[in-house]
Design a protein. Structure first.
Length: 251
């Protein structure tokens, strides 16, 4: 599904990614962990096409297509989805209108007819149940006045509506209490299919106890320096990153 080779990227004059190599197959869940400033969020931003970041070297292919040659909206239509660490508020735009526009733009890209109002509202009711999203929130502006947990649930609800092929969760657990984290994790797990893959970016192993990855990667100074199974997250939680720094020959 996703193949990243020797990816380098910078913001301004600062190089952040220094040679990322990563392959993700259909249906796989990969976790990316690492110290602050290691490049985790930069990687997600580059994949979805954030214009603040410049790719200076390397390639990224998504289901056989050159991802770096696509506009951000094309990447989304092809099935790439990012759940933000800090979801933004969009005053004056209701959740219902926002999601209907997003759904119909995707359908237009796929050569399909727009979804009519009755079909759309039925779909919203079905998908809200996945994350216990209050129906009243649908009539409010996107994320405006939402609690931290509601914003994160709303992100997973959007993911359920759009049915992406690759979901990137950028520190979705940030600021969530245990109950909200459980609901978000259950929503992600309910949406798992043999064709849908997931990248979970996190600092902590507690989310990875709920969304269990096949692979855990440690990103350090812009490179993936270690890859193992889910047990790696527990080692990091117990011992931190110092032992990994020692393994790569740095203090």
């Amino acid at each position: 599904m996703l193949e990243i080779k020797n990816l380098h990227a910078k913001i301004g004059d600062k190089e952040i990614l220094r040679g990322i190599d990563l392959t993700i197959a259909d249906g796989e869940t990969h976790a990316i962990m690492g110290p602050n400033g290691s490049g985790k969020s930069t990687l997600s931003a580059v994949l979805v096409g954030n214009p603040l970041y410049e790719v200076t070297e390397g390639s990224v292919y998504f289901n056989g297509h050159d991802l770096l040659a696509m506009k951000p909206e094309e990447r989304a239509h092809e099935g790439l989805f990012l759940s933000f660490q800090y979801p933004v508020e969009i005053p004056g735009v209701s959740m219902t209108n926002f999601m209907r526009a997003a759904i119909n733009e995707k359908r237009k890209y796929e050569g399909k007819e727009p979804m009519n109002a009755a079909e759309f509202l039925k779909l919203m009711r079905e998908k809200r149940k996945i994350v216990d999203l209050d129906a009243k929130l649908s009539n409010r502006s996107v994320n405006e006045g939402f609690s931290g947990g509601e914003k994160k649930r709303n992100e997973i609800f959007q993911m359920a509506m759009l049915e992406p092929k690759l979901c990137i969760l950028d520190e979705t657990d940030s600021g969530l209490d245990v109950d909200a984290m459980r609901i978000v994790a259950e929503g992600v797990n309910k949406l798992a299919t043999p064709e849908r893959s997931c990248i979970v970016i996190t600092h902590y192993d507690r989310l990875l106890e709920m969304i269990v990855p096949q692979y855990v990667h440690v990103l350090y100074k812009g490179r993936i320096v270690k890859t193992a199974g889910a047990e790696l997250a527990k080692q990091i939680q117990e011992y931190g990153y110092d032992w990994i720094k020692e393994e790569v020959g740095e203090d």
